[in-house]
Ligand binder design. Structure first.
Ligand code: IPM
Ligand code: MN
Length: 354
């Protein structure tokens, strides 16, 4: 295949992990005979500094014309704790999701045998946990009507039947292809928008007898995730609940630096780590590149290239077993290696098997 990849490295540790994602992408393309070209583009604080816009039109065009976007991270402390600022790096990510019509964010939560001891949860609880959170990405409070004054402010959580149906469809498809269990997470005991989710979820559950569907309030789900994470196979939820639950999910596996995600929908799909830009670590060569590298695996799998994805996953497992790890997950922190060394080791592992 010929890949045209829009490369949005963004801020903080973004450029460092982006480079490692590219190394691995190149190694896989070399091994399997794919062609790849990259089109770098600005996003986040880097784009604000250069153009005043966190998702400039030129970046949108590059994304629109690519086969996939490899995204890294946005966010910069210069913009934090400054409610007076009207333009923020995070708006770049939201604009990209909205303009590309990426309504479904797929966030797999898996554990790695060699890292179970890093989980804040007991091994007998977390071992074998393997679920996917499907987060609605272009609706809810993130995009609903907003108002802001010094005396009153609101964000509206609005969903239409069409928006709920299309994301639930993605979720039922995933559940069918996995272990056949779907949990619809909502707050239907309080929120009108959640009641519509539940109503449509019940209608669709009746049409999908092959999937065991259950409904869970989000407060209960957040508890169940740490009490019994193996309960879940596929969970689906609205934008804000999904944002919160997937941060919780990410630490189950031991480090936030491990979880990749795919955002899919109408336009070019985006593959990105779920973690942020970790500005304190920028330039120090200590950030874990694995979530970015595993996003490259999701990219290949999206295009039906399962073997390519598997070979990245195997190389990542091998790197952890060999102890080639950044400080956050190194078995012996004194032997931790840098961001670039992890990427190089994985890329070499992939090329050597050619
Ligand atoms: C995420 C991030 C973003 C979100 C921020 C950076 C806008 O936390 O991808 O989960 O809230 O969606
Ligand atoms: Mn988040």
């Amino acid at each position: 295949m010929k890949f045209k990849i829009a490369l949005l490295a963004g801020d903080g540790i973004g450029p460092e992990i982006s480079r490692e994602g590219v190394k691995v992408m190149n190694a896989v393309c070399g091994r399997f005979g794919h062609d790849v070209v990259y089109a770098p583009a600005l996003v986040g604080a880097a784009a604000i500094d250069a153009t005043g816009d966190p998702f400039p039109e030129a970046t949108y065009e590059i994304c629109r014309d690519a086969d996939a976007v490899l995204f890294s991270a946005v966010g910069d402390p210069r913009f934090d704790n400054r409610p007076d600022l009207k333009v923020r790096p995070e708006q770049g990510l939201l604009a990209m999701r909205k303009k590309l019509g990426l309504f479904a964010n797929i966030r797999p939560v898996t554990t790695f045998a060699s890292l179970i001891h890093k989980s804040p949860l007991r091994e007998d609880i977390v071992s074998g946990a393997d679920f996917v959170c499907i987060r609605e990405l272009t609706g809810g409070m993130y995009f609903g009507e907003k108002f802001e004054s010094d005396e009153r402010a609101y964000d509206t959580c609005a969903y239409t039947r069409g928006e709920i149906t299309r994301i639930l469809k993605v979720a039922f498809d995933y559940a069918r292809r996995r272990r056949g269990h779907l949990t619809v997470v909502d707050k239907a005991n309080v929120l009108a928008s959640s009641r519509l989710w539940r109503k449509i979820g019940q209608e669709m559950a009746a049409e999908h007898p092959e999937v065991k569907t259950d409904f869970m309030y989000v407060d209960n789900a957040s508890m169940r995730m740490i009490q019994d994470p193996r309960f879940f196979d596929v969970m689906v939820t609205e934008n804000t609940f999904g944002d919160i639950l997937t941060d919780e999910g990410s630490v189950i596996s031991g480090s936030m630096g491990l979880l990749p995600s795919a955002s899919i929908g109408e336009g070019t799909p985006v593959f990105e780590p779920i973690h942020g830009s970790w500005p304190e670590a920028a330039g120090k060569n200590i950030a874990n590149p694995l979530a970015q590298i595993l996003s490259v695996a999701m990219l290949f799998e999206y295009f039906g290239l399962q073997e390519e994805g598997d070979c990245i996953r195997k190389a990542v497992d091998a790197s952890m077993e060999a102890g080639v790890c950044t400080p956050d997950i190194a078995p012996d922190p004194a032997k931790a290696v840098g961001t670039d060394a992890v990427g190089t080791w994985i890329a070499d592992f992939i090329s050597r098997k050619a």
